[in-house]
Design a protein around this ligand. Sequence first.
Ligand SMILES: C[S@@+](CC[C@H](N)C(=O)[O-])C[C@H]1O[C@@H](n2cnc3c(N)ncnc32)[C@H](O)[C@@H]1O
Length: 261
Amino acid sequence: VKVLTGWEDFHARWRGLRPPLRPHADVVAAINGAIEGADDHVLLLGATPELSGLGARLTAIDWSEAACAVIWPGDDARRRILRADWREMPLGEATVSAVIGDGSPCALASVDDLPRLFARLAAVLRPGGRVAIRCYLSPNAREPLTTVGAEAMAGRIGGFHALKWRIAMALADPAVPVVAIRAAFNALFPDRDALAAATGWDRRLIDEIDAYAGSPARFLFPDAAGLRATIPDSFTDVRFTPAGSYPLAERCPILTMTRRG
Ligand SMILES: C[S@@+](CC[C@H](N)C(=O)[O-])C[C@H]1O[C@@H](n2cnc3c(N)ncnc32)[C@H](O)[C@@H]1O
């Protein structure tokens, strides 16, 4: 039985994606620094190639066949990928020294999945183990869609993907169906050539919004307090630290925390 999660098409489009949707080199360096001294067996949530080089040993987990086949750079003696659900990871208790990821919590479809994910991470991490995951966080006060539209037409949004994420965050509660992101985009920008002229973005890039048509996918964009509230007491030293200077970096901090001893 083929389960459609909405991620299938993402993997076909993935090569064309840019920060904030993929990790900037500064983000990779910050995640590497955050797990220093705890990198002997790293768990990567997703198939993100930019993070696949971290750790003395690395196990990546992604439930999508396409991610494992198309995005993952391949298994070798140091790294491997497993097809599994993060919420039910087939790893032994206290067997990993660090968990890393790029936008992983936001790829979950329901806010109820967040406590399940963090509980599972607490179980597979050794005492003293580290977590360093980039998160997409909505601002505390929701930004009006009309502000996002006006900023874009004034040329004040640094890239098309940053615009897409600002629209998503303006809608998020904290989940947002990706079809709603496209609908809001179409309502804000009925004339895509005018958006292209105002921003200098290629019309083909703008038309990528149509990849969201008919998709069953939902993303999560909690605010910092909302995400923090789903993290159990088994973690300490919980912080959100911005890294890098790519478009929207200020809303994409790295969540770091330590598994209590
Ligand atoms: C890590 S996230 C964000 C993408 C990332 N920013 C990148 O640059 O590749 C996307 C990946 O998470 C995977 N995914 C989403 N929910 C999952 C789950 N519950 N279990 C395992 N993999 C999941 C999807 O298949 C997708 O490949």
